[in-house]
Design a protein around this ligand. Structure first.
Ligand SMILES: NC(=O)c1ccc[n+]([C@@H]2O[C@H](COP(=O)([O-])OP(=O)(O)OC[C@H]3O[C@@H](n4cnc5c(N)ncnc54)[C@H](O)[C@@H]3O)[C@@H](O)[C@H]2O)c1
Length: 344
């Protein structure tokens, strides 16, 4: 499968279809993935753009660096951008390409597990703005996504596990018994990673294909993200807790939102406790004070998925049975953090 993917890509890149090719990397994917990508594609004519890694650089300033390089090398509407990196890079590269000259083509080559199972697919591109996640962005599909697990060999253990936050989410949204959370946790997260990328990226792709612009079904992919995004943004500005990776924040969102599901829709307690126990085997618990929880609540009000000041959640009645647009009380939100921290 991998060989097929690269042979069609090679053909595309040498077909004179593109007036110029740009490859976007950060300092880590430049070091660990770039040579291998060049070796696999044999691509010769290109301009490399190196940006700084990290969520703190997923912003308009980094886009200016990318657009400036496009200008310097006279990119035109037939130019192509290849995004070689994790979710930060594919989100931002996709956005920079989609807005330059009203849109040039881009290809995503995800190099993190999170990118392979989630971020590289579905056409959500964007950047953060004033601490708010993905506040500026546009829906636009990459012309191709190449899934090559070879890139994961150089990923740190921490970043590798981060990808499992989105895999957990996909496994909670499926009604297929062989893919749901209980089947997933029986797998070897390292040895079975090829199977996991294949199966769980398809869950996302199927959902997205049926509702590209998130008017209905696609909203279910926000499970864990209403609280998760607010926790992630809060961790950047707070001096009380350490900065959290996207995946770490999403696991907090999943546990709290499943507790809310239990109270609001009778999500089974046994599943809730089993999920919490298993997720916390891989992700260290974070201590939140009452003040932290208040501030996270305030940040959530500004989340783009909310309508005015109402906070809409995706909740589960059971594994594989999501309900969208669920409103909850502030008390239940606060209670969910008590459950997360074990004081309930
Ligand atoms: N567009 C979507 O639908 C969608 C979905 C989920 C998440 N996201 C976004 O994805 C982002 C998180 O993505 P991420 O977890 O991939 O983070 P990331 O892109 O920051 O990558 C994590 C770290 O790993 C490094 N890295 C990447 N590949 C490597 C490799 N092969 N070897 C060694 N180091 C490597 C990066 O330089 C970075 O330091 C968030 O901004 C989130 O909002 C988007």
């Amino acid at each position: 499968m991998k060989i097929d993917q690269y042979s069609s890509l090679k053909e595309k890149l040498t077909s004179n279809k593109f007036s110029s090719i740009f490859i976007l990397v950060d300092e880590n994917t430049n070091k660990f993935c770039f040579d291998s990508f060049i070796e696999k594609t044999k691509i010769k004519q290109f301009n490399k753009i190196i940006i700084n890694s990290g969520e703190e650089n997923k912003n308009i300033d980094t886009c200016l660096v990318i657009w400036d390089k496009f200008n310097t090398h006279k990119a035109d509407r037939k130019s192509l951008l290849i995004n070689l990196g994790g979710g930060v890079l594919t989100d931002m590269g996709g956005f920079a390409a989609s807005t330059y000259l009203r849109g040039i083509s881009f290809i995503n080559i995800p190099t993190t597990l999170l990118g392979m199972v989630d971020a590289a697919h579905g056409g959500k591109t964007g950047i953060d703005f004033k601490l708010l996640k993905n506040q500026i962005g546009i829906f636009n599909d990459p012309s191709e996504v190449i899934l090559d697990s070879d890139y994961l060999k150089t990923l740190s253990k921490e970043e590798f596990l981060n990808g499992y936050a989105e895999v957990f989410k996909h496994s909670l949204l499926t009604d297929k018994e062989d893919l749901n959370f209980n089947s997933l946790i029986e797998l070897d997260f390292y040895k079975d990673v090829g199977y996991i990328i294949d199966k769980y990226s398809k869950i996302k792709k199927e959902i997205v294909e049926s509702d590209k612009f998130e008017s209905n079904l696609r909203k279910i992919l926000n499970l864990g993200h209403t609280i998760g995004h607010a926790v992630e943004s809060y961790s950047f500005k707070s001096s009380e807790i350490n900065e959290l990776k996207h995946g770490e924040a999403i696991t907090i969102g999943l546990i709290t939102e499943l507790y809310i599901s239990h109270k609001h829709l009778n999500f089974p307690l046994s599943d809730l406790e089993n999920i919490k126990k298993n997720v916390l085997k891989y992700f260290k618990k974070v201590d939140f004070s009452d003040k932290d929880i208040q501030e996270i609540h305030d940040l959530m009000i500004y989340d783009k998925k909310n309508d005015g000041s109402k906070i809409n959640f995706v909740l589960l009645k059971a594994i594989g049975e999501p309900f969208i647009d669920q409103e909850i009380t502030k008390e239940l939100f606060e209670e969910s953090f008590k459950f997360y921290s074990n004081s309930l």
